[in-house]
Structures are given as structure tokens and as C-alpha cells.
Design a protein around this ligand. Structure first.
Ligand code: PMP
Length: 364
């Protein structure tokens, strides 16, 4: 039995994978308050749970690989033709598919840094070169520098708006100017995983990727059911893109990777969209309350347009997160850079604030 494990030669895998880190998700432990993964605290609506339970009876069949019903529902909700919509096993798989349809080995993918940790991993796994453009001093995208980073090998640019983990938001006008300056053959992915939490300042336009993509065939908008729609565990996201891009995505798509429960849950959630989006009001109010309390306690905290806040603690970040976990609150640590705290319900946020304004203050 054990013989195979005693062989001396390791099966060959790509040598370059040794230098590529695995994606490490936020962890938690029983009894902890988990504010580490930008999820919603409240579970799916009863109507969504019922739809999932009903769909379980059909699990002997493969899912609809074309996600017809879900794409029709998205089309109606977004006012976008079905040919412009693709779905994926979470928007992270659409990020991966976008790299696959745009990059040959050695081609370049530009993104801000820090931003979503999956971008450099996905690029490296595809054999593409990740080009990280440092954020501005106020933790936002440096669009000028991102434009300057474009070369004749650039195939894809990720713009994360609002940005994970810093919460920064690009305005509609600056984003439009940036998109106009990017050569039209380069695909720009506007990753709007946190779009539903954006509240523009009075007098400012909502930086809605769908409007920006309308007149620009190289712009792809990525959104997800994992955050405001509260379905992180079932894995479904979508892209709005030029029909040619949607066709290309269908070629690299892992067959049946958006499972039938996910499709059903997403359709049921769209049917309850207004109720689910109304929930974001509470999160936004809590975000502002926690932000104000942290600033009051002397923390530097950039304004956030998402369902999390960024504490740029630098070298103190790891010790801060560790102490928080010991106090029962699990945060996301980015060693040497900062700590990200997801906005939970008022009770959870209160526990975080108790730590941050109490014992954690000395560590920050
Ligand atoms: N984009 C960003 C910016 C994210 O923060 C995340 C989740 N952390 C994703 C994409 C992926 O989300 P999902 O695959 O759950 O749709």
C-alpha cells in the first residue's frame, strides 16, 4: 500500500510553480468573529435557501453550461444584452479566464499594488508577467503610472474599484480619462466586486463600469454574488463585455464550473435584489461609524467605498492582527503593510472597536 509514497522521484510539475505562492484565504476558528474575508454577516434570504433546496433534487443532472436563466435575469436587471454577459465560478475565475484569453507566455498584466492578491498569482500561473504599479501615498490607484507602465507586451489591465484591500475609489471622470488613454486593443478589467457599497459624494457621479464599458469594447466589468448578495460560499460571479470577449471566455471556461445550485441561488437573489441591496445601507452606515471611531482613537484610516477598512500599520500589522485574533476577532493581515477589517454587524464591529481602541491601540 505505502509503496508509492516511498519512491524517491517526485512527479514532475512546472519548476516555476515553486516561486508562485498559493492563494491564502482568511482563516477563522470556532467562536471567533470573522472579519477577514469581506463577506456579509447575514446568511441568504429564506427565498434563496428554498430555491437552493428545491434545486438539490436535480443534482443528478449537469448544470446548464450556458447559464441561460441566470444570464437572462442578469440581462434584464442590468439592461445589457445577453451576448455581453458571461458567468464564472466566482469572479476570481473570470479574472483567471481573462488572463487566459489575453496573454501568451511573457505577456504583461498591469495592476495596482496593493490590490486583490489573486491578480499576481493568476498572471504567474498563466506564464504572464505581473506588473505591479505602487499605489499613491493616499492608498489609491496611480492611474498616471499605470498608463506609463503600458508596453507593447501589455495585454490586460486590472482596475479594482473600489480597491481591495485599501477601499479607495476612482471617480467616474478620472476613470473615463484613463480608459480613453489606454490603447483600444488592451483589455481593461474593471473589477467591481464591491460596487454595491459605493456611495458617491454629493455632486459626484457613480463610477459605474457598465456605463464606462458601453462605448468601449475593450472594457470588461466584473461583479460578484459573493459580497453584497451574500453568496460567497456558492461561487458565482459575472462579466459584462464585448460579445467577442464573451465568446473567447467561453473557450477557456471550465465546463459546468458554475454549478446548478449556484445558478439557482443567483437567479433567486436577483429576484430579491432590492431587498439585498437595501442591506448594504446598514453596512455603509457601520463603515462610517467604525471609520469615525478609529480616526477618533488616533488611527490613520483612508476613506473606504467598500465593506472593509484598511489600517496601514506597516511593520505593526502582524502583531496587531495576532492580538486581535487572541481577543477573538479575526482580521486580514498583510505583513509589513497593513490590516484589513471587514465591516460586520454592529455587535461584531463593536467587538473589533473594543479591541482596536483598547488593547490593540498600543500595538498600532
Ligand atoms: N475581486 C476582488 C477585488 C475581490 O476582493 C474578490 C474576493 N475577495 C474577488 C474579485 C473574487 O470574488 P469571488 O470569486 O468570490 O466572486
Amino acid at each position: 500500500h505505502g509503496e508509492a509514497h516511498n519512491r524517491l522521484v517526485t512527479p514532475r510539475t512546472r519548476p516555476d510553480l515553486e516561486s508562485i505562492p498559493a492563494y491564502v484565504p482568511g482563516r477563522s476558528f470556532p467562536g471567533a468573529v470573522k472579519l477577514a474575508s469581506n463577506e456579509t454577516t447575514i446568511g441568504p434570504l429564506p427565498s434563496v435557501r428554498e430555491a437552493i433546496a428545491d434545486a438539490a433534487a436535480g443534482l443528478n443532472r449537469y448544470p446548464d453550461n450556458g447559464a441561460t436563466e441566470l444570464i437572462a435575469a442578469l440581462s434584464e436587471r442590468l439592461g445589457v444584452p445577453t451576448e455581453r454577459i458571461a458567468v464564472g465560478c466566482g469572479s476570481v475565475s473570470l479574472c483567471q479566464e481573462l488572463v487566459q484569453i489575453t496573454c501568451d507566455a511573457g505577456d504583461e498584466v498591469i495592476f495596482a499594488w496593493r490590490s486583490f492578491e489573486a491578480y499576481p498569482i493568476i498572471a504567474a500561473v498563466a506564464g504572464a508577467t505581473a506588473v505591479r504599479v505602487p499605489n499613491t501615498a493616499d492608498h489609491g490607484h496611480d492611474l498616471k503610472a499605470m498608463l506609463a507602465a503600458i508596453t507593447d507586451r501589455t495585454r490586460l489591465i486590472f482596475v479594482c474599484n473600489p480597491n481591495n484591500p485599501t477601499g479607495s475609489l476612482l471617480g467616474k471622470e478620472e476613470l473615463a480619462q484613463f480608459l480613453d488613454a489606454v490603447p483600444e486593443h488592451i483589455v481593461v478589467a474593471l473589477d467591481e466586486a464591491y460596487f454595491e457599497y459605493v456611495r458617491p459624494e454629493p455632486g459626484e457621479d457613480l463610477p459605474d463600469g457598465l456605463e464606462l464599458a458601453d462605448s468601449r469594447s475593450n472594457v470588461v466589468v466584473l461583479r460578484t454574488f459573493s459580497k453584497a448578495y451574500g453568496l460567497a460560499g456558492i461561487r458565482v460571479g459575472y462579466a459584462v463585455a464585448d460579445p467577442s470577449v464573451v465568446t473567447a471566455l467561453s473557450k477557456v471556461h471550465t465546463p459546468f464550473s458554475v454549478n446548478s445550485l449556484a445558478q439557482t441561488a443567483a437567479v433567486a437573489s436577483l429576484a430579491a435584489a432590492n431587498e439585498l441591496l437595501a442591506r448594504t445601507e446598514g453596512v455603509v452606515a457601520e463603515r462610517e461609524r467604525v471609520h469615525a471611531a478609529l480616526v477618533e482613537a488616533g488611527y490613520e484610516v483612508p476613506a473606504s467605498a467598500a465593506n472593509f477598512l484598511w489600517l496601514p500599520l506597516g511593520e505593526r500589522s502582524a502583531a496587531f492582527s495576532e492580538a486581535a485574533a487572541e481577543a477573538g476577532v479575526v482580521l486580514r493581515n498583510f505583513t509589513g503593510e497593513g490590516t484589513r477589517v471587514t465591516i460586520g454587524d454592529p455587535h461584531e464591529n463593536g467587538l473589533f472597536l473594543d479591541f482596536a481602541t483598547g488593547q490593540g491601540r498600543a500595538l498600532a
